[in-house]
Design a protein. Structure first.
Length: 277
């Protein structure tokens, strides 16, 4: 079983707790240290419980509190070489560099990183696994590449970016140059793109779909949900929007909850003969 909770998700700050078998990871730390600690406490987690902080890329909405948090509590920070060198404050108490194509293990959790098309130095996201249970975090990508799609096959839960609604972005306050950056293949994933991505996934074991990194200017919970639900026709109770200004509840996923598909019964001889006449 893996359980996750967002401290907050959106263009002003992102941070996600991932817990399994006594191991606790913080994925990104986009709030101030004070805010990060306050929100973790609301979820029953103390900074000293963290086995590591993983950083997806160096944008401020993902790294704001990581330096102070690491120095104060001696927390290991895991990131790619590019993220480490481009981060404004990288004086971490201990840094663990990883290659974006090579899985690694922290405590009981296996972390499988993969590169993302995004306008940062060496951005990546992660699939977390414990036993057969897998959970993915997929935000800050301009397009869904075949490699990303491959990584998401068979996950039991995921956070997927729903950054903007097409019409709201077009009619919103952002200048054309910024709109172009957001829409580009190295920008962010919009509601329609997230819907297309989800539509193509295998939903057999997919228990949780968490919509994250919503823009406060160019999207709304209702718009994101409506677009995603139009692409995913069944079991809308699996889908939740992550908020920017408060933490979410805990969400659990487990491979053990997946009901195996019944093997298709072959027609016996008599049925086959009857069908022929
Ligand atoms: Zn970013
Ligand atoms: Zn971001």
């Amino acid at each position: 079983m893996i359980r996750v909770a967002a401290l907050g998700s959106g263009s002003s700050g992102n941070s996600l707790l991932v817990q399994a078998d006594g191991t606790t990871l913080l994925v990104d730390c986009g709030f101030t240290m004070k805010e990060t600690i306050a929100r973790m406490f609301q979820l029953g987690v103390s900074p000293t419980d963290l086995d590591a902080v993983l950083i997806s890329h160096e944008h401020g909405d993902h790294v704001k509190g990581v330096g102070p948090l690491s120095r104060k509590f001696g927390t290991d920070v895991w990131c790619t070489y590019g993220t480490y060198h481009r981060a404004r404050d990288n004086r971490f108490s201990s840094v663990r560099l990883f290659h974006a194509h090579e899985p690694f293990v922290i405590g009981k959790i296996t972390v499988d990183p993969f590169p993302m098309p995004h306008d940062a130095a060496e951005p990546c996201q992660f699939v977390f696994s414990v036993g057969n249970t897998r959970f993915a975090n997929v935000t800050d990508l301009g397009a869904c590449t075949p490699h990303v799609r491959e990584k998401l096959e068979g996950v039991h839960g995921l956070v997927v970016e729903c950054n903007y609604d097409n019409d709201m972005l077009r009619n919103g306050p952002y200048p054309p140059s910024l709109q172009a950056r957001i829409r580009s293949d190295y920008g962010h994933l919009g509601n329609d793109q997230a819907g297309e991505l989800l539509k193509d996934l295998d939903h057999t074991g997919l228990q949780r779909i968490l919509l994250g990194h919503l823009s406060e200017q160019n999207n709304s919970d209702a718009q994101a949900l409506a677009t995603i639900e139009a692409h995913v026709s069944d079991r809308h109770d699996r889908i939740k929007v992550l908020a920017q200004h408060c933490c979410s509840e805990w969400f659990e996923v487990s491979a053990a909850n997946v009901v195996a598909k019944q093997p298709q019964r072959l027609p016996d001889k008599e049925e086959a003969l009857a069908a022929e006449v």
